[in-house]
Ligand binder design. Structure first.
Ligand code: RP5
Length: 166
């Protein structure tokens, strides 16, 4: 557990090899001071633990689950099948198909069991965490203010951009 308090966001991934990408989700949660947990839960290598994680998520107080996986990326969808806690899926770049396999595995859920699916890689991991922050901000005014400030900083940075024109 990070941020000391009861975790509100769970970050799970299919392998420790996903950490390079998924650490960007954790970095955002830390930046916003959101209580979270992060661990490896593999759909294919530890399916019983995956179901148990999903089945207990809501009762444990999780308000969002960020699930990253690569290749035959079944983790987000199978977790979503067992909980009504919103699942935010992050396609991790794969060795042979550059994550397009991961993206298609995660995004093509059947009607009725949604996984919110993000971009392949670092941007997807960070944006999944920002979406988790937005979910929490709906009932947390202080967090909403932090999110507004974060977005305003980006606007200011873009407005200050210059080009190396002659
Ligand atoms: C998936 O298989 C994981 O999410 C990972 O992206 C991929 C490869 O896992 P490792 O063989 O590196 O453990 O389940």
């Amino acid at each position: 557990m990070s941020e000391q308090n009861q975790a509100l966001v769970g970050v799970i991934m299919g392998s420790s090899s996903d950490w390079d990408v998924m650490q960007h989700a954790v970095a955002i949660l830390k930046q916003f001071g959101v209580p979270h947990e992060a661990q490896v839960i593999s759909a294919h290598r530890m399916p019983d633990q995956m179901f148990s994680y999903a089945e207990t998520a809501r009762a444990r107080g999780l308000r969002a689950i960020i699930a990253g996986a690569g290749g035959a990326a079944h983790l987000p969808g199978m977790v979503a099948a067992k909980t009504i806690v919103p699942v935010l899926g992050v396609p991790v770049p794969s060795k042979y198909l550059r994550g397009e396999d991961s993206l298609l595995s995660i995004v093509q859920m059947p009607k009725g069991v949604p996984v919110s699916t993000f971009a392949i890689g670092e941007a997807g991991a960070a944006n999944a965490a920002l979406t988790a922050v937005a979910i929490l901000a709906a009932t947390d005014a202080a967090l909403a203010e932090k999110l507004e400030a974060f977005r305003a900083q980006q606007t200011a940075a873009a407005q200050a951009m210059t080009l190396p024109l002659a």
